[in-house]
Write a protein that binds this ligand. Sequence first.
Ligand code: XMP
Ligand code: MG
Length: 179
Amino acid sequence: MHNDIKEILITEEEIRSKCKELGKQLAEEYDGKFPLAVGVLKGAMPFMSDILRYTDCHVEMDFMDVSSYGNEMRSTGEVKIVKDLNTQVEGRDLIIIEDIIDSGLTLSYLVDLFKYRKAKSIKIVTLLDKPEGRTTELKADLVGFNVPNEFVVGYGLDYVEKYRNLPYIGVLKPEVYGG
Ligand code: XMP
Ligand code: MG
């Protein structure tokens, strides 16, 4: 375990078997279709790669990079598009792939945007959900794991751009972020 990590919440093995389960579920739901998977950079990168390798149907992949104003631990809901999709959304079945839903503000913004762009359907798949942090009505269609209202890192999730490469989800030691 990395020296800055206080506790591992979700192990590498648990993540792997969950990705298989979710990937197969998506394959059943989109059988015979050609959905567009939209990965939200950068956090969703490992999760998207791992679930879609188990999604045995045609899937197009694209990425969106959004930054929300706020500090490095919480978003404010004011979202800025840093990198937009290269793909037309109109008439497409979208699968938004996210690392974590906290307040729900980031995804509410994206869902509204894709509705405005006339997506045919929109599903949200998130690795982690922090239901206690929610300030919006937003609900994911598929959730890997619920996590407590603590700042978590690893497997795509960062603290000031570190720890995304860890293979598990863990909680940082408070001294690492001056807590
Ligand atoms: P909202 O509040 O918009 O937040 O649902 C989603 C975004 O906030 C970040 N976030 C976290 N990032 N560990 C992180 O590394 C966390 O515990 C955490 N909670 C929220 C994340 O960027 C996510 O996309
Ligand atoms: Mg982040």
